[in-house]
Design a protein around this ligand. Structure first.
Ligand code: PBG
Length: 353
């Protein structure tokens, strides 16, 4: 069957070069493949680039000494004792990765209903921040604000009669943020999705004199199946009762994401984040186009596991899938990406440059 290619409508008035084309069955003045004919040409017309400056490296810390424990569901990712986290911070600094993010695996005996360990100025996160900032003050350190690594029930907030309390939780999160800022954290990243927490944290930080401590809000954070491996890593998978759908967003919504982001900006967020990443690229684009804010995206544990797991089985080319997924975030409008691939991607970018 012959397929006819018409001229694109917008080309109707373009100069006609019928003579050259008359002898061919196709009327193709415009050939997009010309710009793809060689690597130099592809480089020349490339619209988006990924650089090391775009990367934030999330790390898991655990009690102990000189130990790295693999996270089974995240091939290539380890839980690190504080000394090892300092070593990885050094690796980040050498690779020119601007910022790292810290998440604790809290000993079960230290978890309680109220997540009190979150307020311990000497908890794992605070120890790690101090140790890393002491040796590598030039690297940015981001700390998550939420109670789930510290609660016996695995929820991000306080619970009463099966309900997650909003305002009471915010009061605790404010204290948690202050404890982290005191330890030397550069960026406070509330990931709890309580209403009003960004404003409350900003006010408290300012009052305490932490005027330069930034807030990156997990502004549009969805209730997602893709957090599974993370919950293994921080040890909350088994303990989590129920789900987080009364505070994290419904994955069907994107207008609501704009309202969430708008509120967080109004409350004082310096940077906003969409999470997870790959299933929500449309949300990243809408947020960037609507607010023109520094916009981040979290390629979460489940996304990492899918790529790393398939690669480990030889089902996909892991390096290429990694780079393609990261570039996709840039194309969608993200200014930066939290990704467990950060060191690998940075190494590849360095090797290719
Ligand atoms: C804690 C938090 C979660 C993640 C980041 N901070 C898990 C959750 O909300 O259940 C997920 C990160 C990942 O999956 O990589 N509130």
């Amino acid at each position: 069957m012959a397929i006819k290619f018409g001229r694109p409508i917008e080309m109707r008035d373009a100069p006609r070069r019928q003579t050259a084309l008359a002898s061919t069955p196709l009327d193709l003045t415009i050939r997009l493949r010309r710009n793809r004919k060689a690597e130099w040409a592809r480089r020349l017309v490339r619209e988006n680039v990924l650089t090391t400056d775009d990367l934030i490296w999330p790390m898991f810390v655990v009690d102990g000494h000189n130990t790295r424990t693999p996270v089974a569901s995240m091939p290539g990712v380890d839980r690190l004792t504080v000394d090892q986290a300092v070593r990885d911070a050094e690796r980040a600094a050498k690779l020119n990765i601007p910022c790292i993010a810290l998440f604790p695996y809290t000993e079960p005996s230290l978890r309680d209903e109220h997540g009190s360990e979150a307020l311990n100025p000497n908890n794992l996160v605070c120890q790690s921040v101090r140790a890393i900032k002491k040796e590598f003050p030039e690297i940015g350190v981001l700390c998550d604000v939420a109670l789930d690594p510290f609660t016996s029930h695995g929820h991000d907030g306080l619970i009463e009669d099966g309900k997650i309390l909003n305002d009471e939780t915010v009061a605790v999160l404010v204290k948690q943020a202050l404890v982290q800022a005191e330890a030397g954290c550069d960026v406070i990243a509330p990931s709890d999705m309580m209403d009003g927490r960004v404003g409350a944290i900003r006010a408290a930080l300012d009052e305490a004199g932490f005027l330069d401590v930034q807030i990156m809000s997990y502004a549009a954070k969805y209730a997602s199946a893709f957090y599974g491996p993370f919950r293994d890593a921080i040890g909350s998978a088994k303990t989590l009762t129920g789900d987080k759908r009364t505070y994290q967003m419904d994955s069907a919504n994107s207008d609501e994401a704009l309202r969430e982001v708008e509120l967080d900006i109004a409350e004082g967020a310096d940077m906003v984040m969409v999470k997870p990443g790959m299933p929500y690229l449309d949300v990243v684009r809408r947020v960037k186009d609507t607010f023109a804010m520094p916009t981040f995206v979290y390629q979460v544990s489940g996304e990492y596991a899918m790529i790393a797991g398939a690669a480990a089985n030889g089902w996909i080319d892991g390096d290429r899938a990694m780079m393609e997924s990261l570039l996709g975030f840039k194309r969608a409008g993200a200014d930066g990406i939290l990704t467990y691939f950060a060191p690998k991607a940075a190494e590849k970018l360095k090797a290719d440059s």
